[in-house]
Structures are given as C-alpha cells and as structure tokens.
Design a protein around this ligand. Sequence first.
Ligand code: FHN
Length: 452
Amino acid sequence: MQLKYGAQTTQRRDDPTMRAFRRDRFGQFIHWGLYALPAGVWRGETYDFAAEFLPKSANIPDADWQALAADFTVDRFDAAEWARTAKAMGARYVTVTAKHHDGFCLWPSEYSDTTVAATPHGRDLLGEIVAAYEAEGIAVHLYYSVLDWHHPDWRYRIESADDEASFARFLTFAQNQLRELATRYPTVRGFWFDGTWDESVKANGGWTLEVERMLKELIPGVLVNSRLRADENGARHRDSNGDLMGDFFSGYERRLPDPWDRSMAEHDWEACMTIPQNSWGHHASAAVAATRKQPAELIEQLAHAVSLSGNLLLNFGPMGDGALPAFEVEIAREIGDWMRANGEAIHGCGMAPGWDYPGWGYYTQNADTGATYAIVTRMPVSGVIKPQAPAGTSIRSVRALATGEEVEFARLDDQTISIPVPREARVPIVFALEAEREQAPAPSQEVNPDVA
Ligand code: FHN
C-alpha cells in the first residue's frame, strides 16, 4: 500500500549515532516535574496510582496544580550527582522528561506559562541536566509528552470545527516547543515522544512526520522513538504496511517480549521499566514502595532485553527537592557493582545467533569480538547449567566473567557442556563462553583407483 505518512524507509539505520545507541544498551529514564512534590498525596489522601497522574486521580484543578511551581525550589538538586550515579550504575544514556502530561516544562519555554521560569529560582533545570550528563559522557535524550492537560487547545478527539481550529493551534504550539528544544539543546542525541495515543494525534499523521523531519533537520542524526508516529490511517509505531516508523520500536512499557521471540532482533527497540509496579514519578506511598523490584530482577530484565538485541531504559523518579530517593541510590549502586564486573556481557552486545533461549537465563554476544556470554538468572534446582552451542560449533573454554577464572566443565556432546554453578554463587552470574567451529573432517587420503 502506498502511504504518504508511513515509514519513509524500510532500511534499518546504521549510522554512528544509531550504532552508539545500539551499543549503549542501558539507559536511565528520569521522570521529574511538579508531581514529585505531592508524590501521590493530595490534601492528606494517598492515591496509589502513578504519581504523575495525581492531577487526574485526585481531580485537581489545573490552577492548584500549576501553583506547585512556587514550591519547586529544588534545594537539594545537583545534576552532577544524578549524572555520577547514572554513570556508576553503567547507564550510557539518559532520557529526561522535558515536559510531561501536566504541561510543566523543565526549561524556560517562551511558548508556555508553566515552566521553571515560574519557580522561585527560575533556573533552567533541563539545561543543567543536559550539561551535567554530557560532562560524564552520557548521551541525553529528551522526553516530550504531546498530550498536555494544561494547554487550552489540547483535544483528545476532534468533534467540531472549533476543535479542529484549537487543535491546529495546539500542534503549532507543540512544534514550536520542539523547535525550541532542538535549538536550545542541539547536543542531545534523541527525542522520546509520549502521549501520542489519542484520536486527535492519530488523525494528524502528517504532523508527526513533519516533526520527525524538522528535528532531524535541526539535529542531523538525532534519534526519534516510534511512539511519535502515526500514518494517515492512524496506525501507530508501525504503519499500515507493518513497517516501523521512527528509529526504534518503543512500544514495550513495563513489559518485555517473550525471551524466545528472536524476530525482535530484526529492528532496533527499547523497553522502558519502572522500579515499582506502576509509578514513574516519585511516590511516597508504602503500598507503591512494597512493589519495588530488586536489583537482581532489574539486571535480569536488562539481560533479557540485550539477549533480544534491545535496550533497557530504567526509570528513576527524583524527589520534589531534587534529591534522588535513597532506595534508588542503593539500587543504582547494586546494579553498578554488577555492571562493573559483568558489563562486558551487556554493553556492545546483542542476540547470540544460534544460541537458543536456555530457560535458566540469557545468552548475549558481542558482534565485534564474537564473545558469547551465558547470564544465569534462575539457578536450576540441579545446580548445573547445560549451555548448548549452535550446530557445527563447540565450546572450548568457560570463564567466570566477574573473576576471570577458568571454570571446569564436562562435555555432554559436541555442542553441549555441563557447568556446575557453585551453590553460594549469587545470580545473576555470568560465564564467558569461547566457542569454535568444529574442525572440518580431514580430507580422505584414500586414492581413487579410477583416476589414479
Ligand atoms: O503516561 C505515561 C507515564 O506517565 C510514563 O511517562 C510512561 C513512560 O513510558 N509513558 C506513559 C504511558 O505510556
């Protein structure tokens, strides 16, 4: 089907920026805005739904919500500290909410009346974040919610000529803001769109394409996630022909594909993940806290994503005063300890061709070096894992990645070995597997009497 606003190419990007994003594999998501102040609590009542949805959960009038800007004094905010924490965790890029659904902007946008300019300090918090992360060598992507609860011209659907005129104004506003962002922060590596699922946006596939073009013209090579885009039929992420729009698929949110779904490696993709069950912004509720994932589970999710050639974007929700909550600092520290010893199996790695999903964990492989890794996340009851190399290859040596020590193994057949995993080993444990093609049988020395 010939499409006007669908995918502009079926080719996968393979330029330096895309390759860098692909190699990074692990990013930090930051959700920070006015919602970090009430943290899910309004007038003494706790709303356990996502903290950033509080204006809706508690039915808060917009003026009361925007008045929070006066309390957004961010006394403990230190962008350099956030960036150091991310780096030590092993994150190679950050995606930060420039504007979330409530419309509040972390930069002093000239197009909006609800921005950091309305806070007592008036600081360009987004600019500070961009500079601090880039100083640590961490690439920055900007999250932008098209959905905007504050803007008078936002519409969920277009039902009248009036709606149409309002929404046309809204799209101009959003495009102006995006141009402003790309012009103020030209070093950013990506734009991450959200809040694009409503009928109004889906009816404006042409606008989504135009925005992608504009950003790529302003910042050559910039990455745009698939969530921005809709085609003329309202198909999102993938156009009506099934082709991916944008540079990488970003439809996995708080979930991951089946670990055996090897078709995932056909395109670039990224899954985003919360630490609690469902809050992106900082939440003060004990019930929400009770749903927090452990570092080992988050590492498992990272290994899972990389084993299917995807990235994981792990969310942090700093507090209203700008400090990172202690539990997030601790999680970042534990993941960082693991990454320092085992990051070789993550950064620069992707699917290990021919190594089937083993059940006890994940295989990853570095395409440049060919090194293959077995990341054990679920210890079999037997205490033994049995890696199986692809047909025609055989495993020659095994090394525990964290210690570098050679590991004894038994050969079960040409392709399969058995490795006893020490009972005291804390999963996720990683083994570096060296596999080689089996020697081709030596040519027969027998003389053919007919030609001799
Ligand atoms: O509603 C938002 C949510 O607050 C958060 O920003 C996530 C991140 O992917 N996206 C939306 C839901 O899809």
